[in-house]
Ligand binder design. Sequence first.
Ligand code: SAM
Length: 673
Amino acid sequence: MAVALKHVLTDAEFTKLRDDMVKHGIRARGVRDPLVLEAMAAVPRQDFLPQELREFAYDDTPLPIAAGQTISQPYIVAFMIEAALLKGGEQVLEIGTGSGYAAAVLSQIARDVYTVERIGQLAEKAAATLEEYGYSNVHVRHGDGTRGWQAHAPYDAIIVAAGGPAIPESLTAQLKIGGRLVIPVGDGERAQELVRITRVSDTEFRREELADVRFVPLIGDEGWQPDNVRPGPAQRRPMPRREEAPEKAIAQAAEPFGAIDATELSPLLARIGEADLVLIGEATHGTSEFYRMRASITRALIERRGFNFVAIEGDWPDAARIDHYVRHRDAKPSEWTAFARFPTWMWRNHEVRDFVDWLHKLNSARRAENRVAFHGLDLYSMHDSIRFILQYLDEVDPETAAVARERYGCLTPWQKDPASYGHAALTGTFQTCEAQVVAALKDLMAKRNAYADKDGERFLDASQNAQLVVNAERYYRTMYYGSRASWNLRDQHMFDTLKTLLKHHRPGAKGVVWAHNSHVGNAGATEMAGRGEFNIGALCRKQFGRNCYLIGFGTDRGTVAAASDWGGALEIKTVRPSQKQSYERLMHESETPRFMFGLRDRTAPHVRALFRPRLERAIGVIYRPDSELSSHYFEAVLPDQFDEYIWFDETQAVSPLKAHEIEGYPDTYPFGL
Ligand code: SAM
């Protein structure tokens, strides 16, 4: 009988695999600190693995070790060590020795590495391995690492390789002044946020959120209790006992409509009732029908329900250009063209322009204080915002302008590419500008009365821009890793702006929000909740309850305006028919081409039928039909997500504005050339 002999990799082959991993799996993904890259290249990961797994040593994945634990993924080991900002020669504490691999990598940079492991069997094995391979500056201890290792404190850096519910105080107490603690935290046992805590003084600590991560739980006195396992949101959802032929229930409840402009909106307005906030979504950023129906509902809310402002998922200074135009403001408009940056089609399109022209006309017949305003909630305009603040201060207070110019100068090198500011600040190669932008906002707010007395609207513009710069500066520092923290920061900013607007416009003001379904639908009813993400819809629900009405849209197929990559050219793409097991497929199977219905009545058959979690599609400014299932579908519970759902079985791409269509308009026209 022939026996197939397994090829055992030679040292040279392992070294080659390791070099490739460092180059392609670590450096190419953004870890650039040479000390970290050299250390990763120096430590043979196979030495820390059970014999049968050694051949996988350089796959970029965690692998099982004994006692149900794992050796961390090489990239995350490198990422965490880089985040600890070591320069060489430090005293470092690691919690969660596991196999001892990360401690061995750390030992290449630090003077001494103290490492604590909760499971005795692992601590013993790791200590033996480290000794066998000569890592003499690593010291292993069996114990509860949430208490640190007081005997060798204070530490220049502490790295925790398991995720806890909160930051253990014993660990922050064992940091030197200037020392860094890198630790995954989060209230899901298996999905956390990697944060860096820097000890600024005896009593002050700075917290930065770096990335979404998934670690085994940190179990101990200041971590999780061993038997504390809670169900995630998906498991807590109510489930109907049996399937109730959902497409039939949908067809029966559907309120069909035809032409958008001729749609009878009274039943919808009755369901909205007295709500002061109506959030209207869109399932894509590039579908004409969604824009037109949203505009039509908004017109009805303004004319029949006295709504006072529209706030969009667009940048404040760009929307301010539109506001200037629609409210016939006297002041000089800002110099730039509204919505001229990627993705231009999102707001610079015929559908939005028709609404803006309508609002301009409607407002011309109203007194200034009754005019309906148009605002932007988003924060991608750091530099236009700075430009606006300086222009404003130059006019009202040149002395403060000079100080602000100096403060904002910190961000000037990153004008063209704020994302690289985020990376430079995070990796410690550049000082952050946080203190300066916060100080500029404080300067402005300190003089709020004097400034606002002159012109309250312009002061709102200036203070909102200054607040935007503060949040954008933080946003760019966290977005580099695509983390949940940056998503939450952005939606929190949008929600806070909305609250400022409710306060700014007279008491009892009513507002309409235009944003993507993913911002408007309650995140708590989608898989976003499991990742710890929230959005405007969730925050509104929490603060305003039934006083805000959330409307979602959906489509089965057609065309959409979208790019293939961030910053890419606009393409008109075909939307694939919806996937099986999605809400969209159910709506399609109801054979009702266009309809809407309310979702608040839990006893209605269609609501009961929709209560089972299903897939839902979201298309943003990017659409990748080839990987649609993984990149555009997520799980949701529709009646928990929205109060109303509007369906268009087939949809067409939005129509972007072309330059020649704007020629000849006055300077105040916001969609300039
Ligand atoms: N750094 C390790 C390596 O390179 O192999 C991997 C660590 S593994 C992802 C996390 C480890 O943390 C597990 O071995 C687990 O037993 C340990 N752990 C969990 N809670 C702990 C605690 N309170 N103190 C010390 N270790 C703990």
